[in-house]
Design a protein around this ligand. Sequence first.
Ligand SMILES: Cc1cc2nc3c(=O)[nH]c(=O)nc-3n(C[C@H](O)[C@H](O)[C@H](O)COP(=O)(O)O)c2cc1C
Length: 148
Amino acid sequence: MYQLIYISKSVLYFSKQDLDKLAAKSSVSNQNLGITGMLMYIDGEFMQLLEGNKSDVEQLMHQIHQDERHYSLNIIKEEYLEQREFSNWAMATQLMTKSHLKLFLPEEHIDEPVGLPSLVNKTNHRDLINSLFIRVRDNLLLPRSYIQ
Ligand SMILES: Cc1cc2nc3c(=O)[nH]c(=O)nc-3n(C[C@H](O)[C@H](O)[C@H](O)COP(=O)(O)O)c2cc1C
């Protein structure tokens, strides 16, 4: 199982409605490709986790890369895992604020200014971002049965 996380900046502001619309469409095509994951939107920036067969994820990334609704796409983590972390979601979404983000980071980071840019600059940002995805999954997402 191949998992990838990237960040990018949105060209225009995305409302909850815009995000839901994108997720609804993405869920259908991801389900067809056997891809699962989650898309977060935090203060004008996207952060998306995708998992599935490497070639399928790469094919989807190629499409996503060309999407003109965002720019400055940077892959921040690539990993092979035994199991999916988002097996119940073809594409979960979560609109986050900076204070929201703070709530889901490990305690030692609570006093620091957080936003995606400062998070990504940290030396241990890969682990931090991974734990952020897991905490949001376990606390905010409603399971939608998908891959058994
Ligand atoms: C931040 C972001 C995340 C996206 N995530 C997905 C995704 O997970 N799955 C997907 O099929 N399309 C996703 N898209 C949309 C694709 O970039 C692209 O619009 C779509 O796959 C093309 O579909 P179409 O050419 O058939 O209309 C995403 C777009 C953006 C801006």
